[in-house]
Design a protein around this ligand. Sequence first.
Ligand code: OOG
Ligand code: MG
Length: 234
Amino acid sequence: MGSPPAVVLYEAARGRKAIAQLNLAGVDEAYEVQAELVALSQERVVGMKMGLTSRAKMAQVGVNEVIWGRLTEAMRVADGGEVDVGRFIHPRVEPEVAFLVKDGAIERVAPALEIIDSRYADFKFTLPDVIADNTSAAAFVIGPWCELPSDVDNLGVLLEIDGRVVQVGSTAAILGDPRRAFEAGVALAGRHGVRPQDGWVFLAGAATAAVPLQAGVHVRAVVEKLGTAAVRAC
Ligand code: OOG
Ligand code: MG
């Protein structure tokens, strides 16, 4: 018998070696594998993330369902800091909107970056497989927290690589309003007994497609009214 799926995914991430698709049967089983995978890492969970909350992202990976995953302390990279891309298999970066959680609700908002890294070959997966792989979560960068502007549902989003704009979007692309991604995430995670805790980071899902991340570049997300989040890949 082969290793359990969580172990296969854990070893793939640790060994930086892509694996063949697992072809897991269902979504409930997949969320169980995700929980086991994150438990195996022994990393502290510090938040959650939504995936595929925009058309651009759904189209890029060919999966048309909203998904959620867990963020851990080991994935956190300081704003303006460096990230070693040698840790990953074939990383991509995308602009995000982050919420800070308090009393089960949104307290603050920040511009953010997410680095995703599918553990599957060629970034190809089914819905259950990407859920099991903790929704490709790899690293995240949070910019300065600020008060929620009333028009958080209609802010311009840019992704820059070395000062060049490579993706353009709007927070409106995130389920029509990123606050809706929060509501959806609370409902979906609640089914698995997970409730956002005080101080948790919540990523609403990228408004644009993700782009490959290479060593040596400087990446910046710009969200209108919120400011920027940046990282240097080394
Ligand atoms: C899945 C993760 C999606 C987002 O913001 O939509 C995601 C993937 O694209 O590999 O993080
Ligand atoms: Mg994302």
